[in-house]
Write a protein that binds this ligand. Structure first.
Ligand SMILES: [Zn+2]
Length: 217
């Protein structure tokens, strides 16, 4: 899943308006932001295998530290606690961020074929395989994304032109990147997948930047 995670990040703004969109993106995409670094370090593994599922050529061979439910729950608890202490925000802000991190697993489990572990060492793998349905995949991705975007756009107002153009260009950019990845050619190899995934940090920065140019309403 890609757009759906960002949808959850956008939508969470309504519950915790004091938290920047950048921090919300960081939480809901923590798994996919950690993953490429672990791939490059050789601690996790992905293979490009066209036809793995209808919607993605990626075979997620092993990703216990970035994508097991238990690891994500621990990362979430740490992330929420560090955020709360570092920013002296209320408990709810830390709690929402702490829950957004493992939310990633529950959204991914809808799409992936059974490759998601519960614990880093466990052998059971989960996934409902919606990636084998183009209609189902696009419906869930777009529904979550648009619902979250509408919630964010209504919970905040642009402070200046950057606040409106920045938000709408971010939304269009996410859509284009997603559609290009679905309908474009498969990546040449695992290293290319990892480096492309590192570019997602730019979206976190974009989230922080947009949020600074909007106010809560
Ligand atoms: Zn993921």
């Amino acid at each position: 899943m890609f757009l759906g995670h960002f949808g959850l990040g956008f939508g969470a703004k309504k519950a915790v308006p004091e938290v920047s969109l950048g921090a919300l993106f960081l939480a809901c995409q923590f798994a996919d932001l950690l993953w490429p670094t672990l791939l490059l370090l050789g601690l996790e593994r992905v293979e490009v295998q066209p036809g793995a599922t209808l919607m993605t050529p990626l075979d997620f061979v092993s990703y216990p530290y970035s994508h097991s439910l238990l690891a994500l729950a621990v990362w979430g608890a740490l992330f929420g606690a560090v955020y709360k202490i570092a920013t002296r925000s209320r408990m709810l802000a830390g709690a929402v961020l702490g829950l957004l991190v493992p939310s990633h697993w529950f959204l991914d489990v809808l799409m992936h074929r059974p490759d998601l572990p519960i614990t880093p060492a466990g052998t059971a793998r989960h996934g409902l395989g919606l990636w084998n349905s183009m209609g189902g995949t696009l419906a869930i991705e777009l529904l979550l994304f648009l619902a979250g975007l509408v919630l964010y756009a209504r919970a905040t107002a642009a402070r200046d032109r950057a606040g409106s153009i920045g938000l709408w260009s971010l939304a269009v950019f996410l859509l284009v990147v997603y559609l290009a990845s679905v309908f474009g050619p498969p990546p040449p190899g695992a290293a290319a997948v990892a480096w492309a995934a590192q570019a997602m940090w730019l979206l976190v920065a974009w989230g922080y930047w947009v949020d600074r140019h909007r106010v809560d309403v």
